[in-house]
Every structure is written in structure tokens, then in C-alpha cells.
Design a binder for this molecule. Structure first.
Ligand SMILES: Nc1nc2c(ncn2[C@@H]2O[C@H](COP(=O)(O)OP(=O)(O)OP(=O)(O)O)[C@@H](O)[C@H]2O)c(=O)[nH]1
Ligand SMILES: [Mg+2]
Length: 295
């Protein structure tokens, strides 16, 4: 079944992009937070033009298998752009992030000193798609709850500076997405991960897209392998993805397909189906290869 194109660009996001561009002119380093389940789809193409990313944080590392997280790190790391894996709710991976920011601060203040200027706090912007965990990360870095953080897209509506001691100033920013989601696969992945507002899509189609993806994922992308069967006592091998959703509706939801779709999405999002990475660096490499071929 063909899903209607997903569009998502509320007014607050258009305004956010404008104010963000102004704020970014004042920052020393940009942390781009991505959702480790979808590192490709949770990047924002405009960000590269607004400001170069200094650090990539792959957040939600608890939600994908470790070997996959490591493969993404190796793929995305560049000499001038470290990649740090985090779990922002528990605060894992934060010491590496603090170290990376301290290095930026040292370089900045050495330069300032060279020009006879006084040292100042490093200004860090935390940017990324909605719901990837930007505010949670800031709260963890600060060790107290200064930024609203909740399990839905579009919680942070305005840019907000917060200070951490004398060394660090952090800018929390609203999640942004491109004005047009031209890449429909990316839009669907963002919807599966709850990184787009629920109002704009059909749960049945998004749950189906999730199951279709799950069916084709290699072993390294899911842990345990039989997460669906474990959760629902229904063998995926006996069904197509659509058949599975129908069987699940019969078994658990009185035949209601929408309820079974919602259940599958909720379970995936809260990790009840195990660790599942929807995107792989291999696919990305293939894509790059075919683009080079076309040019
Ligand atoms: N499992 C898991 N959940 C996380 C992690 N980081 C954040 N969350 C949860 O994800 C939800 C979204 O977090 P937020 O901090 O509001 O995300 P945000 O990027 O600031 O979202 P917007 O302000 O809407 O752009 C919250 O319920 C967090 O508790 C993580 O590493 N693992
Ligand atoms: Mg936020």
C-alpha cells in the first residue's frame, strides 16, 4: 500500500530555523544530536549550511545493538568531527562529550590569549531533529533539569541559553526538520521513531513500514533476533509483515488493525521489541557509491 507523502513544517519550526541561524553565528561549536536508530534520517540537510557540525552525538545508544553503534561511529567519525555515543536519560557517554567540549574550550582560549583577550566560556549549540534527546542531554550535562524533555516531538519551542559553571554555555534549540520531507524513506523512519508529530501520519502505514523494514534487517541490526516473537508469541516466519499485523490484531486487539499498529509502534519506541537499528552504514555507503556513479 502506498502511503501519502508525509509533510511536517509547523510555524514554530519555520521561526526556529530563522532564530537558530542568528544564534549559530555566536557559537563556537555545534553538537548535532542524532537518533542512533536512524543516524541517516535524523540529520538535517540545512544544518550543514547553517553551521559546520563540530561533534556528532549518536543518542539512544541503549536502543540499538552495540556492534551496530560501533559501526556507525567508525563510519561517521572524521579527524575534525568526533562522534560520541550517548544515552541521555542515564547520562552514559557524557564524560567523552565533556572532554571533547573541554578541548574546544582550550583551543578557543589559547587563541584568545594569543590576541590578548580574556578567557571566556565555550558557547555550544545543541541541534537536531525533534525528539532525539537534545534537552535530555543538556539536563544531563548540567546535572539538573533546566530544559523540558518529554517523549514526543516538538517539546522545545524556543532557543534557550543555559550556563554550566564558568566554562560552558549551552544553547538548547527546538528540533528542526527540512521544510519538505523530500526523502520519503527518511520521513517514514522519523515517524517510526516518533521524531515527527503523530498528527501527520497514519499509524497503520507506519507500523507496516516498520515491520517491512524489520523483516529485512540483518542480524547485526537486531538484538535479540526474535524480539517480535518474544513479545507477541507470534512467529514472524509464518507471516508477511501485513499478515503479521493482522494476526496480531486478531490475537491481542479484537481484530482492530489500528490498535495493533499503535501497539507495535509503542513497543518499538519503548524498546520492548529489543534493540533495533533501522539504518545501517552499509546502505549509506552503497548510496554514496551509486551517486558517484551517476555524476
Ligand atoms: N531510551 C532513551 N530515551 C531517551 C534518550 N535520550 C532521551 N530520551 C527520551 O526521549 C524523549 C525525548 O527527549 P527530549 O530531550 O525531549 O528530546 P528533544 O530532542 O529535546 O526534543 P524536542 O525538544 O521535541 O526537539 C524523552 O522522553 C527522553 O527521556 C536515550 O538515550 N535513550
Ligand atoms: Mg527539546
Amino acid at each position: 500500500m502506498q502511503s501519502p507523502p508525509l509533510q511536517w513544517y509547523p510555524g514554530h519550526m519555520a521561526r526556529a530555523v530563522k532564530t537558530l541561524a542568528a544564534h549559530l553565528q555566536r557559537v563556537d561549536v555545534v553538537i548535532e544530536v542524532r537518533d542512533a536508530r536512524i543516524p541517516r534520517s535524523s540529520t538535517h540537510p540545512l544544518l550543514a549550511t547553517l553551521a559546520p557540525t563540530g561533534v556528532i552525538v549518536l543518542n539512544r545508544r541503549d536502543q540499538i545493538p552495540i556492534p551496530l553503534a560501533q559501526a556507525w561511529m567508525a563510519y561517521l567519525t572524521r579527524p575534525d568531527r568526533p562522534v560520541i555515543l550517548t544515552e541521555a536519560r542515564q547520562g552514559q557517554g557524557l564524560s567523552q562529550l565533556r572532554q571533547a567540549l573541554a578541548r574546544v574550550g582550550q583551543r578557543l582560549n589559547q587563541r584568545r590569549q594569543g590576541r590578548g583577550m580574556l578567557p571566556r566560556a565555550v558557547r555550544v549549540a545543541v541541534v537536531g531533529c525533534p525528539n532525539v534527546g537534545k534537552s535530555a542531554l543538556i539536563n544531563r550535562l548540567l546535572g539538573r533539569r533546566v530544559a523540558a524533555s518529554a517523549p514526543k516531538a516538538g517539546v522545545t519551542r524556543q532557543c534557550q541559553w543555559v550556563r554550566l559553571g564558568g566554562d560552558l554555555e549551552l544553547l538548547d534549540t527546538p528540533g528542526i526538520l527540512p521544510p519538505r520531507l523530500e526523502d520519503q524513506q527518511a520521513a517514514i523512519h522519523l515517524a517510526i521513531c516518533d521524531d515527527i508529530s503523530e498528527a501527520v501520519y497514519d499509524h497503520y502505514l507506519i507500523a507496516l513500514a516498520f515491520l517491512e523494514r524489520w523483516w529485512h534487517l540483518p542480524a547485526q541490526a537486531r538484538h535479540p533476533q526474535n524480539g517480535l516473537e518474544k513479545r507477541y508469541q507470534l512467529r514472524p516466519q509464518d507471516h508477511t509483515p501485513a499478515g503479521y499485523l493482522a494476526a496480531l490484531a486478531e490475537k491481542k486487539c479484537g481484530g482492530d488493525l489500528n490498535r495493533s499498529a499503535q501497539m507495535v509502534l509503542n513497543d518499538f519506541r519503548k524498546g520492548a521489541l529489543g534493540q533495533i537499528g533501522l539504518e545501517l552504514p552499509e546502505d549509506e555507503m552503497e548510496l554514496e557509491h551509486s551517486n558517484i556513479g551517476q555524476n
